[in-house]
Design a protein around this ligand. Structure first.
Ligand code: ADP
Ligand code: MG
Ligand code: ZN
Length: 482
């Protein structure tokens, strides 16, 4: 029988706020253990939480970026559980009235546009972090009370690769939207993975297995590949699957059972009496809406549509907002945006990487790049001379026109001079000349390169090609030795 996987992800993301959710302690990674703590985030009795408004703004912003509805009223609930990383024995979360509901994430996958629906987005507090040493354990409460977004997808994902693509798209949206830095190394994104399998074509859902607390996207993909195969194997052998929670063991490359049965009523959710319901006003929502960005996918599609960029270039720019902004600032007035994208993505990025200079440290203004492109367009300089001009303008900030003048780089289409260079090159390289004559067309490129070198990049390469070919062919058919 053919089976299909059904996957839904619960993704936890730390919000990019300066302070924690209910107190003024710093939301900061890497501080010495238990230095960013106070009675509130340590969960001492008798303290009162005060909601961090920026955390609420970022939650609603995330909801908007994920195409969600923002209900008029949300509230906070206590989720009871016992664990040393949460001394007050409940986590403040949102149960039945989250900040955002019914959205979706759209992304490209396997050459198609896919949409995964978002069931809900809610705000909760992170908990402390346990460390296990040889003989003792310790807890760091710096993370306790850090604002955490939980983004719950509908079970719309159908494969391990698609889960990976969804997470990548989600992360890009949240980073670009300023919601979270999503730094995986710092544990800012964690995922609970829900997966079941069912006979292909069936409308019913199979028993849901949840793999807890994954902290890398590639881990999610590996765990899913393993778990889907495991579940199918159980069914094929006539076995039954029951709802349960499993753990991914990275070294073993396998999931193992932690516990069966875990239902919402086990947590004894109830409204937190210390916190008011959250009812955003129209003005408040309007302020948050101002912080919305063009979604990465939308930008990619617009770059292709408006500037005629190939998908590959638009993809590079989609993932690099400052570079895309820079590109658009140059391309807006230009007749050849494709050429500009080329310069920006290749030569400019390479030079910046090589020198460590960022976009805000560039010595030349954006319109200089447009000028360079039009010099090539007008055939005033050859494309190899353009590379020299670019290097010079990157180093000195001089205008392309001036560099062309100073270096005498105006392209030569004057056939007499080019003919002379071609004769010299043909005389100096009998090997490649013979190669070409015996049918190796590629030898022409070598000879062409030699002429370009002689001309210091100034010769018009098209003319060089024509002249060379003519000379090689005539002398060959005429049997003349050069
Ligand atoms: P719970 O209330 O048990 O947490 P939810 O219905 O809220 O369950 O779903 C939690 C996550 O599990 C969601 O991401 C959802 O898409 C996913 N999910 C629910 N049922 C299934 C299923 N049968 N197979 C795979 N994923 C599922
Ligand atoms: Mg759950
Ligand atoms: Zn605190």
């Amino acid at each position: 029988m053919d089976y299909e996987a059904v996957i839904g992800l619960e993704t936890h993301v730390q919000l990019k706020t300066r302070s924690k959710l209910w107190c003024g302690c710093a939301n900061e990674f890497g501080a010495p253990p238990n230095t960013n703590v106070c009675p509130v985030c340590l969960g001492l009795p008798g303290v009162l939480p005060v909601a961090n408004e920026e955390a609420l703004r970022l939650t609603v912003l995330a909801g908007l970026l994920l195409n969600c509805e923002i209900p008029p009223r949300a509230k906070f609930d206590r989720k009871s559980y016992f664990y040393p990383d949460m001394p007050k024995n409940y986590q403040i979360s949102q149960y039945d009235m989250p900040c955002a509901v019914n959205g979706w994430v759209e992304f490209e996958f396997a050459g198609r546009l896919e949409r995964v629906r978002i069931k809900r987005v809610h705000l909760e507090e992170d908990v402390g972090k346990s460390f296990h040493f040889e003989h003792t354990s310790g807890i760091d409460f710096n993370r306790a009370g850090v604002p955490l977004l939980e983004i719950v997808s509908e079970p719309d994902i159908r494969s391990a690769d698609m889960a990976y693509a969804y997470l990548t798209a989600l992360k890009e949206i949240l980073i670009q939207g300023g919601v979270s830095d999503c730094d995986m190394e710092k544990g800012m994104v964690r995922c609970d993975v829900n997966v079941s399998v069912r006979p292909k074509g069936s409308a019913e859902l199979g028993a849901k297995i949840e793999i807890k607390n994954m902290n890398s996207f590639s881990g999610v993909r590996r765990a899913l590949e393993f778990e889907i195969a495991r579940q199918i194997a159980v069914l094929e052998k006539g076995g039954q699957l029951v709802q349960s929670t499993r753990r991914w063991d990275e070294t073993a490359g396998a999931t193992e059972e932690m516990r069966t049965k875990e239902y919402a009523h086990d947590y004894r959710y109830f409204p937190d009496p210390d916190l008011l319901p959250f009812e955003p006003s129209a003005e408040w929502l309007a302020e948050v809406r101002k912080r919305m960005i063009e979604l990465p996918l939308a930008r990619k599609q617009r770059l292709m549509r408006e500037y005629g960029l190939p998908a590959q270039d638009a993809e590079v720019l989609k993932s690099n907002v400052p570079l895309a902004d820079y590109f658009e600032s140059v391309a807006r007035g230009s007749k050849n945006p494709k050429a500009i994208a080329n310069w920006v993505i290749n030569s400019l990025q390479a030079k910046m990487a090589e020198t460590g200079i960022g976009l805000d440290g560039l010595k030349f203004p954006p319109d200089a790049l447009a000028e360079l492109v039009s010099l090539v367009e007008a055939k005033t300089i050859s494309s190899s001379a353009a590379q020299q001009v670019f290097a010079e303008m990157f180093d000195t900030g001089k205008r392309p026109q001036q560099i062309v003048q100073e270096k005498g780089l105006v392209q030569l289409s004057d056939t007499a001079t080019i003919e002379k260079w071609c004769d010299e090159v043909i005389a100096a390289h009998p090997g490649p000349v013979n190669d070409f004559r015996s049918g190796k067309a590629a030898a022409l490129n070598f000879l062409k390169g030699q002429v370009m070198r002689l001309s210091k990049g100034r010769a018009n390469p098209v003319v060089v090609g024509e002249v060379l070919e003519r000379k090689l062919k005539t002398s060959a058919s005429g049997g003349v030795n050069v």
